[in-house]
Each structure stands twice: as C-alpha cells, then as structure tokens.
Ligand binder design. Sequence first.
Ligand code: HEC
Length: 154
Amino acid sequence: MKSAVLLMSLLFLCLAASSEAASPALPKGYAAWKKSERKVVTDKNSLFYGIHYIYADKKAQSGYLADNRFAEGSRIVVEFFTIKKDSSVDGPKNMVVLMQKDKRHTETGGWLFAGFGADGKSSGLDPVSTCFGCHQQEAAKRDFVISTKKDFKL
Ligand code: HEC
C-alpha cells in the first residue's frame, strides 16, 4: 500500500515536471537582440492595435537575411505596448510573444509559439488555436514568420 502511494506521488511529480517543460520561459536578455523599427498600429480592430517592437537573436537575424529561412534554435520576441492619445509615447507594456524554432513542434510548423503577460509569466494560450492559423495564412512560404528583414533594416 505504501509503495502504491509512493508510486502515485512519483507519477505526480513527473507529470508536474513535464507540464513545466511545456510552458516555456521568456528568453533572458532579449532586449539586447537586434530590434525592429517602432511599429504603430492605430486600427482598433487589429490584434496588433498599439505599439510593438520585434527582437531577433543572432540565428534569427541570419534567417531574416536568408529571406526567412530559419535555423533550429532561432528566437524572435515581440513586445507590445498600449497606445496613448499621443502615439509618440509608448503606453504600458501589455503583452510579449515568442517564436522559437524547435522541430519537435510539428503541429505549429516546427516553431514553438508562446504568449506572456507584461510580467513575463506565461499566459497559457494554446499555440495551435491562438497563434498558428494566422501565421500559416500570412507566411506559409516564409517559414511562418510574417516580418521580414525590412522591419529590421537588415
Ligand atoms: C491575427 C493574426 C495573428 C495571430 C492570431 C498571432 N499573430 Fe503573431 N504576428 C502576426 C503579424 C501580422 C505579425 C507581424 C507583425 C509585424 O510585422 O510588425 C506577427 C508577428 C509575430 C512574431 C514576430 C515574428 C513574425 O512572424 O513576424 C512573433 C514571435 C509572433 N507573432 C508570435 C505570436 C504568438 C506566440 C501568437 C499566439 C499567442 C501569435 N503570434 C498570434 C499575426 C498574428
């Protein structure tokens, strides 16, 4: 009986560990990566309403330069800010999203998609139903990455 309880708690620990691995962390230090120009979307119907900046790590920069062909491990982050009446000033940060090239994620084109709150904590959005459809529609021929080297003046 005791061993059954032990087995159950071990099983529980394993499950807890694997679900942690499934909710990825925001890469530290992305603010030092190559940053896009400031992008302002004033259309209130757009998901991107507000101000955003895209950040690309070294591998992702090479991917943009290769006309959107990205190597395993490439990482791209977008930071979103609310928009104020005076759109020349960024409002508070309200969301961060991540794409990381990871061939295990076959259901989302070989990319890990993840959303975070302003505090950097996972927002637990489902990547297949929340993220991939749009990226597939807009950029199936560009490795599912919608922005291009022009956004970075690369
Ligand atoms: C309604 C369509 C739509 C949905 C849904 C969407 N995105 Fe995007 N995403 C875009 C567009 C459009 C861009 C390009 C923005 C730009 O060029 O400034 C983009 C850009 C990005 C980028 C920068 C790389 C690239 O493709 O240009 C990342 C990272 C990203 N999205 C992650 C996500 C994640 C994670 C989710 C789900 C939580 C998500 N997106 C959901 C439309 C969408």
